[in-house]
Write a protein of this length. Sequence first.
Length: 315
Amino acid sequence: MRAIGIPSFGPPDVLAVVERPVPEPAAGQVRVKVAAAAVNPTDLMLRSGELAAYMSDFTPPYTPGMDVSGHIDALGPDTTGFAAGDRVVGFVNPFTELGGAQAEYVCVPADQLVPLPDAAPLVEAAGLPMNALTAHQALALMDLAPGATLAVTGAAGALGGYAVQLAVQRGLRVVADARDEDRDLVTALGADTVVSRHADPQGTVAAYRTVLPHGADGVVDAAVLGHAALEIVADGGHLVRCRPYDLPAPRGIVLHQTFVIAHPDKAGALRELVGLAATGALTLRTADRFAPADAAEAHRRLEKGGVRGRQLIVF
């Protein structure tokens, strides 16, 4: 079978289409014939070598990808709840011997997949799991009460957009930042107030503090503003880091870190997320589709920034 391979760490051009044996599902696993797999920031970190320590026990070429959609192809021993031919969407852990989702076939624990309703498009659904699960986890970590104020940095991106839409579903007041060209998009996603995004993080902070003089009850830092994001948080409020970085915790602010691999109930969360996507309450936003041979171009575009929605590798 074809798979995206990382023979050695480096720039996007190291990516190659490699041949691998079709994997056999173990007990509790299913094999998925992949329709599409999304390209995420974690794939860039894996390819560059930033996550080399997580791959030290495995042999290259490594296969990236954490989101998959497709059809059940085979069930492992003692696996129940699915049948061959079922449409599914799910999360794939690339930090394993078998690697990630960007392959023609992947074997996945059955509790990391959920059925995909007919109302949801199969290929586009591959853009849902990783980012929507991260947004879901971020909101769960803060556990804000309905009516509380949530600020979402980078709201026009895939993660930020899902955070806005899920927050609206939970009855939160959402204040989000956007560039001028993205303001209508973020408003359509449901943000109550949209402030201007600036190249200088302090300019973005100032825009938030104009409408939130006492700060937000919680902040999802999807744009990775880092230390500057603390200035958007109210005393005693919450800040969720969506990538690892160290911060102090002044003014009683509670710091959280998302880590989707450790999400305690991926299947339960995915069922909620897929249901919302099927009704249109979550928007499946596809930025572009790529053949496996063009994966390097998807990485280059994501590194450049400004991608709105998810880029998909289609098999």
